[in-house]
Design a protein around this ligand. Structure first.
Ligand code: NAD
Ligand code: TYD
Length: 360
């Protein structure tokens, strides 16, 4: 594995993954193909590779080069502004950079947005993945890693955990689109022998997460003494995974997994949403009176919990931080990175927030 195409590398997990590869595996070339949607932000990597001025975030703000370019520091990194649905572009990028490995992070990733506008989820998460798969098959790429989610398994009751054998039973348009992509990846392996892996992780948190997701949204609101909108009773459970640990797990799969294997990745950190919100408030020294229970999300999955035993046993991976350490690091990062947060909540974010929360 030398020349890696990372799609969606300007997003939260993709940029953390690129940061890890460039820092810890500098013999690899990383090509980042990203459409720069509202969630894509070149500032996430600006300190490492340059080129992330405030105006480069989000599609349509500032022109971004359409062709691969060497960055200021001559890091083994190229950025390509483009859509994974663009078959000609994907083929050109793979050929030009002799890509041997594809890691597909690119996606529409937020459940709430999939409830109000599911079409783009099908376009990017399903059609986009199909486009990458066809290119990978036709060009004999050595490995295709699909970054999936535990949400494809549906929801759990109070007991039990998702294993790799759990039936796919997605409940939201987001998770349905991710499950469709997983089936396509598997089908390309079965039919054409594409060497693939699928990873299914639990909820990630950490630096550079866009403040539409629970943890950064609550940190941002608490910092500004704004209400913290908890859906329903707040007793829904998520299994939190620190983003760096997710990245090391993906790397382990790329290095050691046999083709065709699927791995669950989880941090063994089950927490009810209210507990997470209270930890954030207490660490920031803010009062619980900021919490406001709002109308629940339709079809809200009650509980996710991951059995990560397979990747631990077979590939020797394990998470490096506890939730307490991870959340402390995350809050400290948001406190120190005030400018990053201020930039991402300017403009379109305000309209999104109004639309989502004003009459809830
Ligand atoms: P994100 O929303 O932060 O980033 C997505 C990135 O994909 C952005 O940079 C965006 O510009 C890019 N993108 C979107 N559409 C594109 C397209 N058509 N072509 C090229 N680029 C496009 O998402 P994230 O939280 O970093 O998630 C990354 C992956 O991990 C996704 O596949 C998601 O389903 C999966 N995942 C995320 C979580 C989580 O907790 N965040 C949990 C499980 C799985
Ligand atoms: P989220 O970060 O959107 O991830 P997912 O829906 O993919 O698990 O939400 C995590 C949990 O937090 C989920 O149960 C919904 C809840 N939530 C709130 O209570 N309030 C909020 O404002 C948000 C964004 C999420």
């Amino acid at each position: 594995m030398k020349n890696i195409l990372v799609t969606g590398g300007a997003g939260f997990i993709g940029s953390n993954f690129i940061r890890m590869v460039l820092t810890e595996h500098p013999d690899c070339l990383v090509v980042n193909l990203d459409k720069l949607t509202y969630a894509g932000n070149l500032e996430n990597l600006a300190d490492l590779v340059g080129g992330g001025a405030a105006g480069t975030r989000g599609a349509g703000r500032t022109p971004v080069p359409q062709v691969p370019r060497v960055t200021a520091h001559d890091t083994p990194y190229r950025f390509v502004h483009g859509d994974i649905c663009d078959a000609a572009l994907v083929a050109r990028v793979i050929d030009e950079h002799h890509i041997d490995t594809i890691v597909n992070f690119a996606a529409e990733s937020h459940v709430d947005r999939s409830l109000t506008g599911p079409k783009i989820f099908i376009e990017t998460n399903v059609t986009g993945t199909l486009c990458l798969l066809e290119a990978a098959r036709d060009r004999n790429v050595d490995r295709f890693l699909q970054v999936s989610t535990d949400e494809v398994y549906g929801a759990l009751g109070p007991e039990g955990q998702f294993t790799e054998q759990t039936l796919l039973s997605p409940n939201s348009p987001y998770s349905a689109s991710k499950a469709a992509a997983d089936h396509l990846v598997r089908a390309f392996g079965h039919t054409w022998g594409l060497k693939y892996n699928i990873t299914r992780c639990s909820n990630n948190y950490g630096p550079y997460q866009f403040p539409e997701k629970l943890i950064p949204l609550m940190i941002h609101n608490a910092l500004h003494d704004k209400e913290l909108p908890v859906y329903g009773d707040g007793m829904q459970v998520r299994d939190w995974l620190y983003v760096y640990d997710h990245c090391t797990a993906i790397w382990r799969v790329l290095e050691r997994a046999a083709p065709g294997e699927i791995y669950n990745i989880g941090g063994c950190n089950e927490k009810a949403n209210l507990e997470v919100v209270n930890i954030i408030l207490s660490r920031l020294g803010k009062p619980q009176s900021l919490i406001r229970h709002v109308k629940d999300r339709p079809g809200h999955d009650r509980r996710y919990a991951i059995d990560a035993g397979k990747i631990i046993r077979e590939l020797g991976w394990k998470p490096s931080v506890t939730f307490e350490e991870g959340i402390a690091r995350t809050i400290d990062w948001y406190l120190a990175g005030g400018k990053w947060l201020a930039n991402v909540v300017s403009g379109a974010y305000q309209q999104y927030y109004e639309r989502m929360y004003a009459n809830r």
